[in-house]
Design a protein around this ligand. Structure first.
Ligand code: YZS
Length: 259
């Protein structure tokens, strides 16, 4: 059974996350299927892609597949990590990608939603930034995705508490575009997509690329980057990181010691 289903309505393409049993955790196979779907959409000159879960989902995606994270001493979010590949594919897709969200969104899936160009959510959607729950040192470009999604203080609160934020609050803070009743979610999202497909695709594509480059243009010295990488290494080599992953697998609360 495919982990991601695709369909096309005119020049709008849908990718539906289809691994309900694992709460659409972004495993390597699922990410590969999403990336293949986006590649096919490129070939077919799809003008808007909509990334969604199955109707009625209570979890849009549980985030990175935690069972695929390395145990220790290896960067859990290195350049070729499936989540990193997925984020770059969405950002580099030459047409808008709309995240259509029903249900809860966790960790790397939250970054995935924020990497999409527009977000339309049902009232039951929530967004959680979870590295601190698992003891993960999030990577630098991932932090940029979060920084671009909300004000600094809001992102700090989300990252430090790891608590889910409601769709209503996310909309109020300008982090998502719309909250619409669940039974209108698809119709509304398609109408929004049609407003985009009515316009000039080359103009939209170049604006998306300009905004990607501008939004990612954060000055950082080589020394600053090396310092962050060193700090991150200390975290993914720590006992706490191992404890976070182990606790998830053992389905218990982690006990963190700060070392
Ligand atoms: O026991 P089985 O084999 O049926 O598997 C269970 C879960 O273990 C599995 N599953 C996952 N497997 C790998 N990675 C995941 N992220 C993941 N989430 C869930 O799916 C099966 C069904 O899950 P249940 O827990 O039984 O479902 P339910 O009781 O409905 O609860 C759904 C939620 C989503 C609330 C629950 O599964 C959950 O809390 N999942 C983890 C959410 C989370 O913290 N995600 C962040 C993952 N980390 C990242 O994305 C980044 C690396 S970071 O940590 O930096 O933010």
């Amino acid at each position: 059974m495919p982990l991601a289903l695709t369909s096309i309505q005119g020049d709008i393409g849908f990718i539906t996350l289809n691994h309900e049993r694992k709460k659409n955790a972004l495993s390597e196979p699922l990410v590969c299927e999403i990336i293949s779907a986006l590649a096919a959409f490129r070939e077919q000159e799809i003008r808007v892609a909509i990334l969604r879960a199955q109707t009625g989902s209570t979890v849009w995606s549980a985030g990175h597949d935690v069972t695929e994270l390395p145990d220790s001493h290896r960067d859990p979010l290195e350049w070729q990590d499936p989540l990193r590949l997925l984020i770059r594919e969405i950002e580099n897709f030459p047409a808008p990608v709309i995240a259509m969200i029903e249900g809860t969104v966790w960790g790397g899936a939250c970054e995935t939603a924020f990497a999409c160009d527009l977000i339309v959510a049902a009232p039951n959607a929530t967004f959680a930034v979870t590295p601190a729950k698992l003891g993960v040192p999030y990577n630098v470009s991932g932090m940029v995705t979060f920084l671009n999604a909300a004000g600094l203080r809001i992102i700090k609160e989300m990252a430090f508490t790891a608590q889910p934020m409601t769709a209503e609050q996310a909309e109020r803070l300008g982090m998502i575009n719309y909250v619409v009743p669940v039974d209108e979610l698809e119709t509304f999202t398609v109408q929004l997509a049609r407003k985009i497909t009515a316009n000039a695709p080359l103009s939209i594509s170049v604006m998306k690329e300009q905004l990607r480059i501008l939004a990612g243009a954060r000055p950082m010295s080589p020394q600053g980057f090396e310092r962050i990488q060193g700090l991150r290494r200390a975290v993914y080599s720590s006992d706490d990181y191992q404890e976070g992953i182990r606790a998830f697998k053992e389905k218990r609360k982690p006990v963190y010691k700060g070392r």
